[in-house]
Design a protein around this ligand. Structure first.
Ligand SMILES: Cc1cc2nc3c(=O)[nH]c(=O)nc-3n(C[C@H](O)[C@H](O)[C@H](O)COP(=O)(O)O)c2cc1C
Length: 166
């Protein structure tokens, strides 16, 4: 039997969400799936994939425009395959300590696409993150890497499990 092909697409501004997507892709491959990780802007057609995981960074309470446009561009095809969404944002331990529901724009996309599930992962801003706003947040002591590899891996294994029984 050929491995199921899974697209992991991400909308990032500074790279933290790309790191989460890469980790999800790696874990899916460990589980025997044929996972491809791509920037959301590069995704014009998802019909070559059996399932899709789409994530975006959160800025000012909104999902990444890159992720949102990818979802809108591919909405018809996404409705016909299993889809999981994720967000990367909180710069504290809140996403590790409890489930954080999707922001309204992501909840709307979930409904439009019929996505199975959504997860919020902690985000990351470090001294390497460019931009004046990031620098000012760091000065206020709001930075750090809160991406939680264990939680990301657990969720990716959960997706593999669902695809194995699909
Ligand atoms: C200006 C600015 C606004 C942000 N707004 C939010 C927000 O509304 N909600 C949230 O959870 N995280 C927020 N964050 C944190 C980012 O979502 C987090 O750093 C994320 O991991 C960035 O992802 P990226 O590197 O892929 O762009 C904000 C960060 C910055 C710099």
């Amino acid at each position: 039997m050929t491995a199921k092909r899974v697209l992991v697409a991400y909308g990032t501004t500074h790279g933290a969400t790309a790191g989460i997507a890469e980790q999800i892709g790696e874990t899916l491959r460990e589980d025997g799936l044929d996972a491809v990780v791509l920037p959301a802007d590069d995704v014009d057609d998802v019909r070559g994939y059996d399932a899709v995981v789409l994530g975006g960074a959160l800025y000012a309470g909104h999902w990444s425009g890159k992720a949102e446009r990818c979802a809108e561009r591919n909405a018809d095809s996404l409705r016909h395959r299993p889809v999981w969404l994720f967000s990367s944002g909180p710069l504290d331990r809140s996403a590790t300590e409890h489930d954080i529901p999707p922001v309204p724009s992501v909840a709307r996309q979930m409904q439009l696409i019929g996505a199975r599930e959504h997860k919020t992962f902690g985000g990351s801003i470090t001294a390497r993150t460019p931009g004046l706003l990031a620098r000012s947040m760091l000065r206020q002591g709001k930075g750090g890497d809160y991406r939680d590899p264990d939680r990301i891996r657990t969720w990716a294994h959960h997706i593999s499990g669902e695809l194995a029984t699909a």
